[in-house]
Structures are given as structure tokens and as C-alpha cells.
Design a protein around this ligand. Structure first.
Ligand code: F6R
Length: 239
């Protein structure tokens, strides 16, 4: 794992440069995207670079990590809505080539089809990840088997509490989500994980320097050959 530490702003710029380089080399790359607070600076930077014609997503295909179960894409807390508002509507992407797992389909077989669709698209060239306070990647909560493919999960209380800031009350936070599995993520050719803020410092130390264990899902990244970790000074403060 390569680790980079800087301010949140410089981190977003540095990661955006990686996308510029990748798409210059492979304009039809397959990108795996994440939602949450962490990538917002990056998405703003990508939108800016696109407006300046320094990057184009015209031929790109995308697969998002996860979606809340029970929310359709028009719900303002769905991850489809988040992606449309924060990135897809601000860049020159063909929206029909953007995929977010369905929050409405609750058939486990259909969830696993997502992996086949990724494979059929040529596999993910670059997967972006955030990091949950409990070490989750996607919505793969502690204990998820490393061999898991896209599946439906029950969210832990800690994840629902962490995400209630976006809802009116805890009761409105969905109890389940559909997420790429750990194996789906590990199949990506390259992975960039971003983590920002003091609140992530403990889990950053654990997943980078601790034991590789399903109890810390992100620790599996120690086994991947091409992972870059971008941290701000706060998130890196315990390393
Ligand atoms: C989002 C996702 C989650 C988040 C994680 C961190 O698609 O899969 O794993 O990346 O919960 O969220 P933030 O960035 O809001 O701290």
C-alpha cells in the first residue's frame, strides 16, 4: 500500500490527477465510485477539471459500490441521487453507462448479477473507497467474508448512527443496503481509498498496521497489489 498524507484540499486534487492520468491513457476506463462525505471534494475537483476540458468521461462506464435498500433513485438520500447531483450531472458522462446497485430489487440473485455485469464491462480499472468508522468498505460491515460478492446486508447500529446526519431521524435511516462484496472490490485492478478527519484516525491505523481480519473489512486491502491510500493529517495522526 502506498500512503499519501496532505490537507483535504490537496488530497482531492492529487486523487483527481490520478483520474486525469488514467483517462488520458484509457478513455473508456471502468470506474468504481463511492458516496459519502469523503469524496465530495474529489467530485467537485473532477467537475471543475471537466469544465476546463482537462478530463473527459465521455467513454467511461461506472459502477457504484452500494445503495440503500428501499430507496429508489429519486429519493434525495439514495446513492443514485447523490451521484447524479454531486458528479454525473456535472461531467460529460453518458448517464446510461452509470450503474448504481438497485435499492428496489431485493432478490439476492439479482444482486450477484452486478458482479457479472462488472465482469462483462471488462472489470473495474480503478475503484474508489471511503472508510467506515468501523472499518467497512462499501457496506461490508465487520465479519463479512472476504469471498463475498454483491449482496444484501443489514446495516450495523454504528453505521446507521453515523449516517443519520443525512436523515430527519434514525427511524428514517434504512436498515439494509445492497453492496459490492469484498471480493468484488478486491477484483478491481487498482484501488484508491480516501479517509479524512480525526474520527477516522483509529480505524486508519487498524486497517493499515493491524492484522488482516474480516473484523476490520478494510484490512483486506493489505492483500491487494495496487492500493493507494490518501489521508489528511488528522486521519493519519496515529500512524
Ligand atoms: C459509500 C460507502 C461507505 C463510505 C463510508 C465513509 O458508498 O460505501 O463505505 O465510504 O461509510 O463515509 P463518509 O465518507 O461519509 O465518512
Amino acid at each position: 500500500m502506498k500512503i499519501y498524507v496532505d490537507t483535504p484540499e490537496k488530497t482531492a486534487e492529487a486523487v483527481a490527477k490520478k483520474y486525469v492520468a488514467l483517462l488520458a491513457e484509457k478513455p473508456n476506463a471502468v470506474l468504481g465510485f463511492a458516496t459519502g462525505s469523503t469524496p465530495l471534494g474529489l467530485y467537485a475537483e473532477l467537475a471543475k477539471l471537466c469544465a476546463e476540458n482537462k478530463i473527459s468521461f465521455k467513454d467511461v462506464s461506472t459502477f457504484n459500490l452500494d445503495e440503500y435498500l428501499g430507496l429508489d433513485g429519486t429519493h434525495d438520500q439514495s446513492y443514485r441521487y447523490f451521484m447524479n447531483k454531486n458528479l454525473f450531472e456535472k461531467i460529460d458522462i453518458d448517464i446510461s453507462r452509470t450503474r448504481v446497485p438497485s435499492g428496489i430489487d431485493t432478490d439476492p440473485e439479482k444482486a450477484a448479477q452486478y458482479d457479472k455485469d462488472i465482469e462483462a464491462a471488462g472489470g473495474i480499472d480503478l475503484q474508489l473507497l471511503g472508510l467506515g468508522n468501523n472499518g467497512h468498505i462499501g457496506f461490508n460491515e465487520p465479519g463479512t467474508p472476504f469471498g463475498s460478492v454483491t449482496h444484501i446486508v443489514e446495516l450495523t447500529d454504528s453505521t446507521r448512527q453515523a449516517n443519520k446526519r443525512f436523515f430527519n431521524s434514525i427511524d428514517e435511516v434504512p436498515t439494509h443496503s445492497v453492496t459490492m462484496g469484498i471480493k468484488t472490490v478486491m477484483n478491481a485492478r487498482r484501488i484508491i481509498l480516501m479517509a479524512l478527519g480525526k474520527g477516522k484516525a483509529d480505524i486508519v491505523k487498524k486497517f493499515i498496521q493491524g492484522e488482516v481480519t474480516p473484523e476490520v473489512p478494510a484490512s483486506v486491502l493489505q492483500l491487494h497489489p495496487d492500493v493507494e491510500v490518501y489521508l489528511d493529517f488528522d486521519a493519519a495522526s496515529l500512524l
